[in-house]
Write a protein that binds this ligand. Structure first.
Ligand SMILES: Cc1ncc(COP(=O)(O)O)c(C=O)c1O
Length: 328
């Protein structure tokens, strides 16, 4: 009911589009999950972005940076190699801004992602995995195939390739927004940060922002056990279940540009067990790589960060894995 003196102003609280709803995700203290540990795990609930992953952030930043610097023209087709999440972010940003979008993805990623991108208006091109690569386990070799198809499509369509492995918008999204949000929300300096690396854009952008506020913040790269090549270990298991990263690429552009204080390897089983505990204990329904991150944060609190505060990212929604056995 309207009271005397109240006015209705539809513009006051409305966003101009779903793109404006990207970012400003909550930071949650995982007290129940970490009850048996000395210290705190603070988790950024990135699955609450409109495309249900943190990659919405880079989709918006890469497109808006490219609009500004003139590398993307009005109405030009956008093409991107994706494990599904960047593609979903780009699909929704391109839908709102009026760019045709083509997502190129390995058939090894979960089908929910292809379905969601298509629903958002994207053309989805699925690339077969290498012979012997199991579905749900995308290797660096599988990704090379996707890259070749992406290059072909970019030339054919005279398209703008967002290029998340190289475009500075990836780093800038996290340097300008995710990192500063964590600093604002935690209210105190962060002892440590860890993140499962795909492109490493999140890791590098957050590390740079957190260290600007507190140079002693330690930043740890999370990798799959058996594919921990950034840690300098040999590649013994290229296929793993932690979708969205762990591609065993030793020369990633973004992580090379920042100091890395340490490396944590997480097995599929540890990531799955942690994702399930998160759901049961915290009401947090997130995917494999989020499980990997909280498993890594647990290892930090049991080891070098005992008694301290570790921040990590809950990268995408558990809904993206209903077709897998993550939930039983
Ligand atoms: C579910 C998920 N986790 C982790 C990552 C890795 O993030 P970044 O590319 O910023 O290293 C991605 C990237 O696509 C992802 O989709």
């Amino acid at each position: 009911m309207l009271h005397a003196g109240m006015t209705i102003s539809a513009r006051d609280h409305c966003l101009e589009s779903a793109v404006e709803a990207i970012g400003d995700t909550p930071l949650v203290d995982l007290r129940r999950f970490a009850a048996h540990l000395e210290g705190r795990i603070l988790a950024k609930l990135e699955y609450l972005n409109p495309g249900f992953s943190k990659k919405d952030r880079i989709a918006r930043q890469m497109i808006e940076d490219a609009e500004q610097d003139g590398t993307l023209h009005p109405g030009q087709t956008v093409v991107e190699l994706t494990s599904g999440n960047t593609g979903t972010g780009l699909a929704l940003v391109c839908a709102v801004k009026g760019y045709p979008f083509v997502a190129v993805m390995s058939r090894g990623n979960s089908p929910e992602r292809a379905c969601m991108m298509a629903a958002l208006g994207a053309e989805v091109v699925l690339v077969d995995q290498l012979p012997g690569s199991p579905p749900g386990q995308v290797s660096g070799g599988d990704l090379e195939r996707v890259d070749r198809e992406t290059v072909r499509l970019v030339a054919e369509r005279k398209a703008f390739r967002a290029d998340q492995f190289r475009h500075q918008g990836n780093f800038r999204a996290h340097y300008l927004h995710t990192g500063p949000e964590i600093l604002r929300q935690s209210g105190k300096p962060i002892d440590a940060f860890c993140d499962f690396v795909g492109t490493g854009g999140t890791f590098a952008g957050c590390a740079a922002a957190l260290r600007e506020a507190n140079p002693t913040t330690r930043c740890y790269v999370v990798e799959p056990e058996g594919a921990a090549v950034l840690a300098g270990l040999p590649l013994v298991r290229p296929n793993h279940r932690i979708q969205g990263g762990g591609y065993a690429m030793p020369d990633l552009l973004f992580p090379q540009a920042v100091r890395i204080d340490g490396f944590i390897a997480v097995s599929d089983e540890e990531a799955i067990a942690a994702a399930r505990r998160l759901a049961r204990l915290e009401g947090v329904f997130a995917g494999f790589s989020s499980g990997a991150n909280v498993a890594a944060a647990t290892k930090l609190l049991e080891g070098p960060c005992r008694g301290q505060t570790v921040v990590t990212m809950l990268n995408d929604s558990g809904l993206k894995y209903l077709s897998t056995d993550l939930w039983g």
